[in-house]
Design a protein around this ligand. Sequence first.
Ligand code: ADE
Ligand code: ZN
Length: 334
Amino acid sequence: SSLHSFLQALPKCEQHMHLEGSLSPDLLFTLASRNNISLASADPAFASPEALLDRYDHFSSLDDFLHYYYIGMSCLIHETDYEQLAWDYFTRAKSDEVVHAEVFFDPQAHTGRGVKYETVVDGFEKACQRAAAELGISTKLIPCFLRHLPVEESPVAFAQMEPDLGSGRLAGIGLDSTEKGNPPQKWKEVYMVAKAKGIRRTAHAGEEGPVEYIREALKELDIERIDHGIRLADDEELMREVAERKILVTMCPLSNVRLRCVKEVKELPIRTFLDKGVNFSINSDDPAYFGGYIQDNYCAVQEAFNLTVKEWERIARAAVAGSWCDDSRKNALL
Ligand code: ADE
Ligand code: ZN
């Protein structure tokens, strides 16, 4: 059965959505024009929003996508740009019945261009406050370290985040960008400093990279969630451990197809995870780039796996349980 209206009405928690990945070609061109930035010289695909969308249709890999992702976000300059980006996402998420959104962002991709760290976080935080007040959506901001940059730069980035991690303005730390060739253990030092301070930790692992990177991220970074984790099914024992420890795997089906990590949604280990008791959630990753927001991802999974209402309720409960909100909010969401 399609379960379409059931899935549309289902209250959703999102734990894997990059705010910069919600930058639509239309907003990108609006901001570029407002900030006098010409992107067509960086890549001819930036000729028009239509040309750009066409290019997004055939990414060949994670790095091919990241090339456009980093150029695109370079039109974000002012606090109001960041606020508008996040606000547009939250209003879009509301139409998919998102009730709680934990969103990633990449501070180093902005500070590296001369944008102040505070400009980024202040803009995003204003949108978060509006989302709570006007949409009833609770939110958490999670900054990620960029793994394609020298690891030596991560303590500088961490020092900027630290007061906000301490105050709760940021919920924890993540790790993203080019996975292959950048094993998690490179970030052990900064993750262990974070752990000692009681800061929550997640990391992208097993997206393009092998299951060994998932094992390493669990062991060396002591992560509490696994972002993507599609290669987890390659190691039975590790999968059992993740199930037992109730570690949440934040899956992004349409992303995995667009970035050619799998040929089709059917290839994802969703049935295996259900059978083995692995907790996972379904997310949109970079919805403006991958042709779908969270509801589109739920529908793609339903089409591929024909899950039951009971199974969806289990997925929804796991998403709440693995969220980084306080217990009173969790109880309200359950
Ligand atoms: N940054 C934004 N989206 C990403 C993804 N899917 N993998 C790694 N880094 C990312
Ligand atoms: Zn991601």
